[in-house]
Design a protein around this ligand. Structure first.
Ligand code: MD6
Ligand code: FE
Length: 208
């Protein structure tokens, strides 16, 4: 499947931003999100430290990322419904596989997609994505709706971080030397976007 051929920007070794790559299908991605949240709703979760996260989350795929007082981990069942997470839509899988392929990660087959919903005031502190057993595989991250500032540092928490604004349809692929880089996003500002209204969605595809 073909998506927009757009500018690519190297953020760091192994990390690439594909500007507006899925902008043409952003509304279709939102329609898929709405279908899956009807089955596994967005919910607020606690960090292992007992603080509520400001983004709401859900998942699709054969496993989903969960956080609670017991820690961060992947689970085959949604703790809210007790049943499996919704299947990953074909469109999602195609996006993830083709974006990874485009920047030099052929054969990426995600088994988990974390869906984050940011409303005004939501943010995500610097973190590493390291709950996956296969760190040879990249993560593909899709931004939909309102813009937000993405912070991208090094493999140590104290490494300097650069900031990039992520907008609707932007895709970040991050693997290789950047797979364990610290990253986070600033606070979502109030606004209105034609595709999502007053929020931002982020989809992160992982091979767990
Ligand atoms: C976000 N993204 O963009 C948060 N993680 O809302 C992430 O935490 C992320 O963009 C791993 C790889 C790419 C990402
Ligand atoms: Fe992350």
């Amino acid at each position: 499947m073909l998506f927009a051929e757009t500018e690519t920007l190297d953020i760091a070794p192994g990390a690439v931003l594909l500007r507006a790559a899925v902008e043409p299908i952003a509304a279709e991605l939102v329609a898929e999100i709405e279908r899956l949240v009807a089955r596994s709703p967005l919910r607020s979760v606690m960090t292992p430290m007992g603080k509520p996260m400001s983004v709401e989350m859900t998942n699709c795929g054969t496993v989903g990322w969960v956080s609670d007082r017991r820690g961060y981990r992947y689970e085959v069942n949604d703790p809210l419904t007790g049943g499996p997470w919704p299947r990953m839509p074909h469109l999602f899988r195609n996006v993830a596989t083709s974006m990874a392929d485009r920047v030099g990660y052929p054969g990426f087959e995600p088994d988990a997609c974390l869906v984050n919903r940011y409303s005004p005031g939501s943010k995500m502190g610097l973190h590493q994505d390291r709950d996956e057993s296969d760190l040879s595989q990249p993560i593909v991250s899709v931004s939909i709706g309102l813009p937000i500032t993405f912070k991208f540092g090094g493999t140590r928490r104290t490494d300097p971080a650069r900031s990039i604004v992520l907008r609707n349809g932007d895709v970040v692929v991050f693997g290789g030397a950047s797979r364990l880089a610290f990253h986070g996003v600033g606070t979502l500002r109030k606004g209105v976007h034609e595709v999502t209204g007053g929020c931002r969605y982020n989809l992160t595809f992982r091979r767990v």
